[in-house]
Structure formats: C-alpha cells, structure tokens
Design a protein around this ligand. Structure first.
Ligand code: ATP
Ligand code: MG
Ligand code: MG
Ligand code: MG
Length: 436
C-alpha cells in the first residue's frame, strides 16, 4: 500500500480520554476512531491488525478441528425465552423491536442460537462430538466502556461451542480448546496464562480464563511465576490424542482469578514463585454441561437412551487483543508490532519524493517486495524526513527501509529494526530477499 492511497489520519495530541498506552496509540496512529461511547470505526491501519489477529485465531481453531460458521448479529428474543436468559441477562443486552413489534436483540453471545442450530440437525449420538466457531461482532451495553477497544460496547469475538454425549467426552472437547488457546496466544505474540475461573452460580464444572499480564489490566490474578515462561505446544500437537498430560502440566501449578483465589494454596508456593498481578482477560473457556440443552430440549438418542447434550463455550476477544498486543509491545515512540500481527511487515521511506533516482528505486523495490508476498507500506509523501521517521516509529512496523539519493548512488538502503533500533546498510540488489 502507498501512503498516498490509504487513509492514515494521525493525531498530534493525545485525546484526554485515553489513559492507557494502547488506547492512546490506537487513536494517535489512526487505527480506530470512536463513533459513540465504546463503538469504534476501524480505519485501514487498525483493520489490517484486526484481520491478522482474526486469521491466526481462525487457523488455530481449524487446526484443532473446529468448523467455522457465521451466525447473525441480530437475534430473536424468542430464542432467549427458551433458555430463560431473556429476563435474566439485564441491561447489558441491547434490546430492539422490528417494524412488526417483534422483540429482537443484538447478540451479546450465541449459546441459544447455536443450540437451536445444532438441535435442528443432530438426532443421534453417532453424530457427536461437534465443535463450531464463528467470529462475529457482539454488543454488550457495558456500564463503563473504557480503554478504547479493550472494553468496547461493540466488539469482535471468536466464540466456539462444543456438543458431546457425555461429561467425559465434553472434557476432551474442553481440552482441545485449552490447547488451541495456548498455541493461538503464543502465535499472536502475547503471553497469556490460563487461570482457574469462576463457573458461576449454575455449574461447578470447568472454566479457565486466559490472561495477559499487564499493569493496566482490569482483572486480578494470582499465579506461580513459572507459568508465564512455559513453552506452548508445537504445531505437531495431535488434537485427537490424549491431551490430559498437557492439561495437567499447564494447570498443575496454582493460578486463579480473584473470584477463585485460595490464599492458603497461594501461600503454599515458595515465596519467590508467588505472583499477584493485574491482567487482561483475552480468552475464556467454559464447560457448563446441560445448562442450555436441558431448557432448550436438545437431547440425542444415546446407546443407553435419550440424554441431554453436554455443552461448552469458548471465547476469544479478537478486538480486545489488538489493544492487549499494544500494551505488551510499545515504547515511547509508538507501537512495536510483532511480525505476525503487524499491519505491514515493512515500511519503506522515500527520503526525497520527487527525486527521480529515489522515486525509481523506491517503486522498483516496492513492486518487487509486493510480488514476493511482503506486506509493505510505502511513504511516498512529500513530508520532511523527520516527520516520515516519526510516523513510521508511531505506527510501529517491524522493519523500516530508508532510501535516499545518496543511498541510491551507492546502491544501498538503510534497514532499521523497530524493536531493537539496530540499523544496517543493505545493498539494493537482494534487499527483498533480506527482508523476507
Ligand atoms: P470481562 O470480564 O472483561 O467483562 P467477560 O468475562 O464478560 O469479559 P466473556 O463473556 O468471557 O467476557 O467473553 C469472552 C471474551 O470476549 C472475553 O474473554 C474478552 O476477551 C472479550 N470481551 C468481553 N467483553 C468485552 C468488551 N466489552 N470489549 C471487548 N472485548 C470483550
Ligand atoms: Mg463482562
Ligand atoms: Mg470476565
Ligand atoms: Mg469471561
């Protein structure tokens, strides 16, 4: 993409409402713009990141054998009457009426709808297990939307649902998601630790939150330090194999949210292993048994007669992750994107737009890099060099290539690593291979 073609409205001043780094940087670097409290438009730069996060989440769900579908954002209230949640949900649910006076709602989550969908097509236990996911916008009328996309009212979530015949089989589905989440967050470039979470008033079953440690996080967690540095499972992980050892390894040490905190168990850790910290909830997995299948009458013919289906649900805050990623990767100059989620992998700065030799070299390199599959942003503006460098640092692309008249004459470009600040002169011939 060329800067002249895209829309990158940078802000010079930090808006007063932005109190945490990610919110500040997303507004300043023109990634998002607020349209109403907690409701954001994603501008081109922000959308690039959102799509990359989404793609990694999707790939890891599919790798774990979870099939994608897409449910609508608007749901009929009648579905929620079946589960009894229409009245229970409270003011976080945005309720509306269509022109015929029918009660509708903007989905805050999809347990009811997916139960209806799968109930319609599955009659026998032989068709189970099933795991399905979608990546769709949700609306929750949060009392205090804040921190930008971290706590929006409209936000993008990956939510998945599992259907099994027995509690044992449901546990296997749960473990699949547990393992997939470890891989997903590691690939995205955040350290998210699984902590035991509250299963709520209904079911004392199984639940974990995945939390990125950050001072600005809204959750409080208690954990053993060792958990933060553990290596995630490899690509070769066999999802059809026994995942119990992996689960035991990751849940064997103390880690809990504040609601689940057990001070005695925490104090049993060696003192230098105790970590009480703040964190951002980026994922949440939940096994809740027949909480929805029973009221919604979803039963299948099993080998021993009819049984209500055992269910779980599994969320990832896709748009929240964009904020969490910036909290984990920034400095005083701006964002510092890890390569897998960077809006562009390479920023190309033309030091002297309008100078024939430099323009030519930049466009040749740009075309070659794009043809090689690199995601490049070319700064072809007429701005001062200082302004161009500050802009690249603010938007935080991993590699910044600078080409000026002197470099063109010497056949060289300067390549800067945004993370380390290290600069290197690299010959123009073969530069694309170097960047890959
Ligand atoms: P929180 O405790 O932050 O309110 P939650 O427990 O209500 O989140 P879940 O119902 O578990 O959220 O939803 C799954 C995931 O969706 C969360 O782990 C989080 O990453 C994301 N999420 C929830 N609410 C929001 C929001 N208002 N804005 C952005 N992401 C959200
Ligand atoms: Mg909430
Ligand atoms: Mg929560
Ligand atoms: Mg949650």
């Amino acid at each position: 993409m060329k800067l002249s073609r895209t829309y990158l409205p940078l802000l010079k001043e930090t808006p007063a409402e932005a109190v945490i780094a990610s919110h500040r940087l997303m507004l300043r670097s023109g990634m998002v713009r607020q349209q109403a409290a907690g409701i954001y438009a994603w501008l081109p730069l922000g959308l690039k990141v959102l799509k990359k996060v989404e793609a990694i989440v999707r790939e890891e769900q599919e790798r774990a054998g979870v099939a994608e579908l897409l449910m609508p954002t608007i749901q009929p209230a009648s579905l929620w009457h079946q589960s009894g949640r229409y009245d229970a949900y409270g003011p976080e649910m945005l309720r509306l009426k269509d022109r015929h006076g029918r009660d509708m709602l903007y989905g805050p989550t999809n347990e009811e709808m997916i139960t209806e969908l799968v109930r319609a097509g599955i009659k026998s236990y032989k068709e189970l297990p099933k795991t399905l996911f979608h990546i769709q916008w949700k609306f929750r009328d949060e009392v205090r939307p804040r921190f930008g996309v971290m706590r929006g009212r409209e936000f993008l979530m990956k939510d998945a649902y599992s259907f099994d015949l027995s509690p044992e089989a449901a546990r296997r589905s749960y473990l699949r998601f547990f393992a997939a989440y470890l891989r997903t967050f590691a690939r995205l470039g955040v350290k998210a630790i699984p902590v035991r979470a509250d299963t709520g008033p209904i079911g004392g079953k199984l639940s974990h939150e995945f939390v990125v440690l950050a001072e600005t996080g809204e959750s409080e967690v208690f954990t053993a330090k060792g958990l933060v540095e553990k290596t995630p499972p490899p690509t070769s992980l066999d999802y059809d194999g026994d995942l119990e050892p992996l689960f035991a390894e990751w849940t064997g040490t103390y880690a809990a949210t504040d609601e689940m905190h057990d001070e005695a168990a925490f104090l049993a850790l060696p003192e230098d292993q105790r970590l009480q910290a703040r964190g951002i909830e980026v994922g949440h997995i939940f096994y809740f048994g027949t909480k929805y299948s029973e009221p919604m009458q979803f039963a299948v013919e099993g080998p021993d007669g009819r049984a209500f289906v055992e269910m779980g649900s599994y969320g990832i805050g896709v748009s929240r992750l964009v904020g969490a990623l910036i909290e984990a990767h920034h400095d005083d100059q701006g964002c510092r994107w890890p390569v897998p989620v960077a809006p562009y992998e390479v920023g190309l700065v033309n030091l002297k737009t309008g100078h024939d030799g430099t323009d030519g070299a930049c466009h040749r390199l740009y075309d070659e890099a794009v043809a090689a599959g690199l995601d490049v942003l070319l700064d072809d503006s007429g701005d001062r060099a200082g302004e161009k460098f500050a802009r690249m640092d603010l938007i935080g692309l991993p590699l910044i290539v600078t080409i000026g008249p002197r470099g063109v004459e010497a056949g060289q470009a300067e390549v800067k690593d945004r993370r380390t600040g290290a600069k290197q002169e690299v010959p123009l011939t073969g530069l694309v291979d170097y960047l890959r």
